[in-house]
Design a binder for this molecule. Sequence first.
Ligand code: NAD
Length: 503
Amino acid sequence: MTEVIEVIEVGGAGKAAREFLGQPLQLLVNGAFVEGRGASIPVINPATGTAIAQCPIGTAQDIDEAVRAARHAFDKGDWKDLRPVARERLLLRLADLIERDADTLAELETLDNGKILPMARHGDLTLALDSLRYMAGWATKIEGTTISPSFAYVPHMRFTSQTLRRPVGVVGQIIPWNFPLVMAIWKIAPALAAGCTVVLKPSEETPLTALYLARLVVEAGFPAGAVNIVTGGAEAGIALVEHPLVDKIAFTGSTQVGQDIQRRAAATMKRLSLELGGKSPVVVLEDCDPDVAAQGAAGAIFFNHGQVCTAGSRLLVHRSLYEPVLKRLAAIADGMVLGDGFDPAAQMGPLISARQRDRVAGFVEGAKAQGARLVAGGFAPDREGFFFRPTIFADVAPTMTLACDEVFGPVLAVMPFDTEEEALALANDTSFGLGASVWTGDFTRAWRFAEGLKAGNVWVNAHNLLDPAVPFGGHRLSGYGRELGHAPLELYTEAKSVTLNLG
Ligand code: NAD
């Protein structure tokens, strides 16, 4: 049962966000708002450590109802008969409603996730809106092919073949807490454009914007069951993965949970797309301006407090620039102002939870114990909330834990190299394969890195840039499948071959 709680502390949030938080949060199942069957848990503002709402925790039974609603909408309901242009219009209407309420959504994101308000408003909301509108356009552009087959063993007959692209069906979508609204849009928009129906399970750490989105889905007029949103934790996620009426799971989260999903999905042979963790390298070649390199490297690791799957968490610097870049990076890190996301002076907010802060602190202690040289940060400031100072370690050996494991926090491992070959080998010395960047004015060398880096996304003189038109995803322990660009049409449709005997 969800309960109304007194809103204790909602920072600089405006009236609409406060009103939203003052009402019980509910799941969206089959077009209606319902109570979760599980116990609710507090939603914590990570900047203060205080509860701001109660999040309903969906159970396996809630997931079952949502999946059955999505199944019905896909097989028999109003959604099934919608033409592509109608799906496109619904998605565009949803985008208009998000734009109308963008300030409120940004405030809720800052309260729930801790990111600074300008980033939530101009970064997350812009990317979510652009992605939704971009994906809406695909609804009317799904095409198959026409083939002239030979069938040479029946020479007296003529044939024509076509491929049709059909929606996969009911899609279970499970997302993390680092970009809650963006992740929700990246999941539901392409699936709905393709004609699928969805059950979205946001992270239990950050349910607010997804549950606000649920209201806008209803206001936009989506048919009942097309979009279901069930908040909850691992129990709800597992129920979705194991449900026999779900055709596909799209997951973004940790590699460990991705592996668990892959094992469980084998029983029903579900299609999967998995966007998992990373340990992305940033390579600075010797022709770089050290100021530019330090600024670029700081942005690559400290963006969203390091809680980014493509965070540039390993910095490889040519030995001739090693100390100059380190010195500048340490100055940037030491100068960063931490604060509540509503504080205009804040450049970096808190980490998502006390657990995450303690996990980050554990990596820092481990790196010290293994002999890395601390040059900035390395501690949680003595204040309320889950803050951690931006941290830089130099002289990190490739075998140290800090060079191998994803921290998912503002901790950078820096190491020197002497030759291009060594830099490429170091950059690729990882089990992940998500992001990578190379910094140089020499585009011939940049291209060699772009081709040689084992990563799904390579940036030259940039890092963490995302656009709805550019495919995004990884390989190896970073998962598989691509979001954005054309790629989701492959993710959310099945090809069907149809052959006609022309006599
Ligand atoms: P997480 O794996 O702990 O949780 C992700 C989601 O899975 C949550 O909604 C959670 O409730 C759910 N879940 C947990 N256990 C489950 C289970 N056994 N079965 C099904 N669902 C389950 O990840 P997180 O801590 O929320 O997010 C951080 C991780 O996400 C990092 O590893 C990060 O790299 C990754 N991430 C990847 C991308 C990408 O695009 N590659 C983007 C953002 C985050």
